[in-house]
Design a protein around this ligand. Structure first.
Ligand SMILES: Cc1cc2nc3c(=O)[nH]c(=O)nc-3n(C[C@H](O)[C@H](O)[C@H](O)COP(=O)(O)OP(=O)(O)OC[C@H]3O[C@@H](n4cnc5c(N)ncnc54)[C@H](O)[C@@H]3O)c2cc1C
Length: 398
């Protein structure tokens, strides 16, 4: 089967949905191809129970539809899904589910994108031909677990955080959470509240701020310099938490917002883990050096511990380079855009990406509007050009 359509969007996460909605506002036909059987599968199937949006709702809505006024500032996962379901309906978004895009390339002969898709329900292949291709498969596509000496023979259970829902079954178990990003800190907190003997691996310096602090910082960005905001953030964090270095939590030299701007590490949003660390309910270790016989883990400082479960909150990788043949137009070898924000979203020959600015849902909002405006501008310019050419032909005929 071959389908011709002006715009193909790959991926029905928030990035794909936002771009489709913006294109619909310009009356440009588009279709989303999604490998899963639902939209927003990351939020529906690969996120833990207690997850709420880490940033305030003013910084997380998709274009053309604010969050309902009765939603709390930090929107819980289930409400965010409710919002996305309404978004799909209200914005009249067209999604083809169970469509795994396994190949896409630009055909120079007709100047169109050929997108090869496997329909996993009917077990048949389809081809979509489009003028424009939007890559919206996400920065968080493939779960990543680092290579660790001895992991293959670990006799306990280990999993990536995308499989973690809650710690209900881990009461009194020795659980090690690897990683000090938002997911790592929140999962360590969650596991400790389910009664597990919880430890964390924190390898490098990290800023830990509460959601409220980040909300204040983001709201002030319009008015005062990043340098001043960073001073305020660190001051507030010290007031709330004191010196945490004796517990293994060291702050980086650069401020939290300055680091983010430079493309460095995002500050970790603490939902209660720091308190648990202070109370001794979560123990902090440096990097893992190796996994010894059975369930024994050795750390970089020479200490050892025995663990029943390891949760790897060690991030994700993009998968673009695996299916997009002509990825070098826009992406590097790691499947991330070659150009940095704000120049990352557009390549040659009608290819765009939504959701790769490393700025979460706010970045997606920006990408979707830019992409739809750009495509609309080109489409209208072409229509205008064709109308002029037709008028000239008519004049010549007369
Ligand atoms: C646990 C967690 C919490 C987060 N919390 C926040 C937050 O509070 N605020 C914030 O701003 N950001 C947050 N983010 C970051 C970001 O906003 C989300 O990851 C968001 O879901 C990204 O949307 P996306 O559409 O770019 O990617 P995704 O949501 O990952 O969607 C990509 C879609 O593409 C599909 N796909 C992939 N490959 C193919 C293929 N070959 N063929 C067809 N379909 C394919 C996938 O199935 C998926 O549905 C969070 C991220 C995570 C992991």
């Amino acid at each position: 089967m071959e389908v011709e359509i002006p715009v193909v969007i790959v991926g029905a996460g928030p990035g794909g949905l936002a771009t489709s909605a913006c294109l619909n506002k310009h009356s440009i036909s588009n279709i989303i191809l999604e490998k899963d059987d639902c939209h927003a599968s990351l939020w529906r199937k690969r996120a833990y129970d207690r997850l709420k949006l880490h940033l305030g709702k003013d910084f997380c809505n998709l274009p053309h539809m604010p969050f309902p006024s009765d939603f709390p500032t930090f929107v819980p996962r289930v409400d965010f899904l409710r919002y996305l379901d309404d978004y799909v309906t209200q914005m009249k978004i067209c999604i083809q589910y169970n469509r795994y895009v396994n190949d896409a390339s630009f055909d120079v002969t007709d100047g169109k994108w050929r997108v090869c898709v496997h329909d996993t329900t009917l077990n048949v292949n389809e081809i979509y031909v489009a003028d424009y291709l939007i890559v919206a498969t996400g920065e968080n596509c493939d779960p990543y677990i680092p290579m660790i000496n001895g992991l293959e023979s670990f006799e306990g259970e280990y999993l990536h955080c995308s499989k973690y829902l809650n710690g209900r079954l881990w009461y009194d178990k020795n659980v090690l959470v690897v990683g000090s990003g938002n997911s790592g800190m929140e999962i360590a907190y969650d596991v400790s509240t389910w009664g597990a003997n919880t430890s964390m691996v924190i390898r490098s310096p990290v800023h830990y701020l509460t959601k409220e602090m980040v909300y204040i910082g983001m709201s002030l960005l319009k008015y005062i310099s990043i340098e001043k905001i960073d001073k305020l953030m660190v001051f507030m964090s010290k007031m709330v938490n004191g010196d945490m270095s004796k517990y293994g939590l060291v702050r980086p030299k650069d401020g939290p917002f300055a680091m983010k701007k430079k493309g460095g590490r995002t500050p970790t949003i603490d939902v209660g883990c720091v308190k648990q660390i202070k109370k001794g309910k979560v123990k902090v270790y440096p990097a893992i050096s190796s996994i010894k016989k059975g369930k024994i883990i050795e750390f970089a400082d020479g200490k050892r511990g025995q663990f029943d479960v390891i949760v790897f909150a060690t991030g994700y990788r993009s998968s673009v380079q695996k299916w997009l043949k002509d990825y070098k137009e826009l992406f590097n070898e790691n499947g991330m855009p070659k150009a940095r924000f704000p120049d990352h979203w557009k390549g040659e020959n009608g290819i765009y990406c939504a959701g790769f600015s490393q700025n979460g849902l706010q970045g997606i909002h920006f990408d979707a509007l830019k992409i739809a405006n750009d495509i609309s501008f080109t489409v209208n310019a072409m229509k205008h050009h064709d109308a002029e050419a037709n008028a000239e032909i008519k004049l010549l005929d007369e």
